[in-house]
Design a protein. Structure first.
Length: 261
């Protein structure tokens, strides 16, 4: 399995700064997206620290030991790296008054062969498009999601709720944080979308799916998603990371040699 990955971030139309951070490591197919806490101090510092720390530590482990790691080992490595990042952000927030209260949401994924090990904290999301079936494969850690789960409101009512953006988990806000980790089977042609709530709050799932289905390339998908969020008001920073699974390049190379290309 081969993976093509594309990232894009945009400040949106309202905010002067961008508190989102998104990155990936092409050697290990490690993907990370973080959204600094809106309304908190130095959210861009928290998201930047999270992506840089996790990329450095987890990519190093993946390149050394992770290629042959089983699911339990992979899960534990992700948890340890996120725990360490959490401590770094929490300590920075408590030792620097200008950073007091900063935090970030997080989505972190590792694509290996035909599996995705996916972790998340807060309300940044990961979606999957398989054929024409589009679904959210993370579950928000938010007050709104808890109200939906408890039957207090419907998903339709949630779209206009005043409680949007109130997360129940965030990286760096407390001295400990729980990373939710799930393993997913990847199929050829799958497209995965990680995004901050600057996209998901402005563009509905049906429209996101339609953009992915009609766009011809990942970079076009990314650009069109950002444009759609800005056309809807662009009230927050917008970040997307797109990953598409295709046939392994080694197999394509063998086929090309057989055909004399």
């Amino acid at each position: 399995m081969n993976y093509e990955i594309y990232i894009q971030t945009d400040p949106g139309l309202i905010r002067d700064n961008n508190e989102d951070a998104v990155t990936f490591d092409p050697a290990t197919n490690l993907c990370i997206l973080a959204d600094g806490m809106g309304g908190y101090n130095a959210g861009e510092i928290a998201s930047g620290m999270a992506t840089a720390f996790i990329k450095s530590e987890l990519a190093r482990w993946l390149s050394q030991a992770g290629r042959h790691a089983n699911s339990k080992e992979m899960r534990r490595a992700m948890e340890i790296c996120v725990e360490n990042a959490n401590h770094s952000i929490f300590n920075a927030a408590n030792s620097n008054p200008q950073y007091s209260g900063m935090g970030t949401t997080l989505v972190v994924g590792v694509f290996q062969s035909a599996r995705l090990m996916l972790g998340h904290i807060g309300d940044s999301r990961c979606y999957r498009l398989r054929g024409t079936q589009f679904q959210q494969i993370t579950k928000d850690h938010s007050l709104l999601q808890e109200q939906i789960d408890a039957g207090l409101i419907t998903p339709e009512q949630a779209l206009t709720s005043v409680n949007k953006n109130l997360v129940t988990r965030a990286l760096g806000v407390e001295d400990a944080v729980l990373l939710e980790v799930n393993e997913h089977r990847v199929e050829l042609g799958d497209i995965y979308l990680m995004c901050s709530d600057g996209l998901s709050d402005m563009v509905g799932d049906e429209e996101i799916a339609a953009i992915l289905l009609r766009s011809k390339s990942l970079d076009q998908m990314g650009r069109d998603l950002v444009v759609a969020a800005n056309n809807a008001g662009g009230r927050d920073n917008i970040s997307v990371l797109l990953a598409q699974a295709s046939e392994a390049s080694a197999k394509r190379g063998l086929l090309s040699r057989m055909l004399g290309k």
